[in-house]
Design a protein around this ligand. Structure first.
Ligand SMILES: *Cc1c(COP(=O)(O)O)cnc(C)c1O
Length: 355
């Protein structure tokens, strides 16, 4: 048993990479911005480009301050450790990334436990949250934090509406709980809903933005909150080894992404709809209609598991990912064109017909 990733089979050329929106490669313009970035020593506070990225992201998210971290996972872990003490409880959707995909980090690092809430498309209602509030007693864990994921990844890339968010964050605050948003795809939601990001982050005490998903930077994520919160988050950044040196090179890529790659997310959403409609025409496949850039589908009708289907597509140079026996995911992003969507669709038809 090894946790090391399997080495990619580089011998089969990739024609269309729908496996994740993390698959984007830095563009020439982005690399040029990185090359000319003014840099310093990030952990000493002397990298001007990192400061600029933090200030601009804090403003975009409507928060007082922000901190640059290597990844979204580290943003979640630093935020959780800053909010929670050992033995305290986080309430989050049962399909949330912090519960399923961060190696048990909340327990291992902060000593916090996570209570998984149920709900459609990766979201839960204020009523569900209310029902999960424990009476204060010597017996129960102290509840500390409510977490929401925007967009809800395993919920099909679904957007939390402004109203649904406000209802949940209001309920959390009424019970003295803090609120945290995993904003891995927050800008996809803002673009899809046609609202400023601040409308979506208003009720969240902490929120982060991933620059390596649809925004297409090579690394980096920014966690934002009150000045006091970010001041304490820095201690966990240091502890976890997330303090950087000439981080400005990477921050420059993120600033480039803020300037060039937000509005264009609408193209990914349009491509996702075309892909979903095309896949829905393959009778054997069931498709969840996308709200943003993620297209989830079910392969049971093809007689193939999602892994078998993905394996056959892989042979033809089309990459998708799987997240269940019959559940698969195709992600649209900057490096997938409308023409490549059609190319992927014809390969999918061919693979299903041959099965
Ligand atoms: C990708 C992702 C993360 C983790 O971000 P990384 O930058 O890959 O560490 C967290 N939450 C959600 C919902 C994600 O999709």
């Amino acid at each position: 048993m090894s946790y090391e990733p399997k080495r990619f089979d580089f011998s089969i050329p990739v024609r269309v990479n729908l496996s994740s929106d993390t698959q984007t490669k830095p563009s020439r313009g982005m690399k040029e911005a990185m090359m000319v970035a003014e840099v310093g020593d990030e952990q000493m506070g002397s990298d001007p480009t990192v400061w600029e990225l933090c200030d601009r992201t804090a403003a975009l998210l409507g928060k007082e301050a922000a901190v640059f971290l290597p990844s979204g996972t580290m943003c979640n872990q630093v935020a959780i450790a800053t909010h929670c003490r050992p033995g305290e409880e986080i309430l989050a959707h049962e399909s949330s990334h912090i519960l399923s995909s961060e190696g048990g980090g909340a327990a291992a690092i902060a000593g916090a436990l996570i209570l998984g809430l149920k709900g459609e498309r990766g979201q839960f209602t204020a009523d569900t949250l209310e029902e999960a509030i424990r009476p204060v007693s010597r017996y129960s864990p102290t509840q500390r934090l409510v977490e929401v994921e925007q967009t809800a990844n395993r919920g099909g890339g679904a957007c939390w509406s402004v109203e649904a968010l406000h209802a949940v964050t209001r309920t959390a605050h009424a019970h003295g709980l803090s609120t945290h948003m995993d904003g891995a795809r927050l800008m996809n939601a803002a673009v899809a809903l046609g609202v400023p990001a601040t409308d979506l982050t208003e009720g969240c005490d902490s929120v982060w933005l991933d620059f390596t998903k649809g925004l297409a930077a090579p690394l980096g994520a920014v966690l934002a909150g009150s000045r006091d919160f970010i001041g304490h988050a820095w201690r966990w950044k240091q502890r976890l080894g997330g303090s950087m040196r000439q981080g400005g090179m990477c921050a420059a890529a993120c600033i480039y992404a803020l300037e060039h790659n937000i509005d264009r997310l609408a193209e990914d959403h349009a491509n996702a709809k075309v892909l979903a409609r095309g896949m829905a025409q393959i009778r054997e496949i069931t498709v969840e209609m996308p709200e943003t850039n993620l297209v989830f589908f079910d392969t049971e009708g093809t007689g193939m598991t999602a892994d078998a289907f993905a394996g056959k597509l892989r042979q033809e140079g089309v990459l998708v990912s799987t997240s269940g026996k019959y559940r698969g995911r195709a992600c649209l992003h900057l490096d997938v064109t409308a023409a490549q969507v059609n190319e992927a669709l014809s390969v999918m038809k061919q693979v299903v017909n041959a099965a």
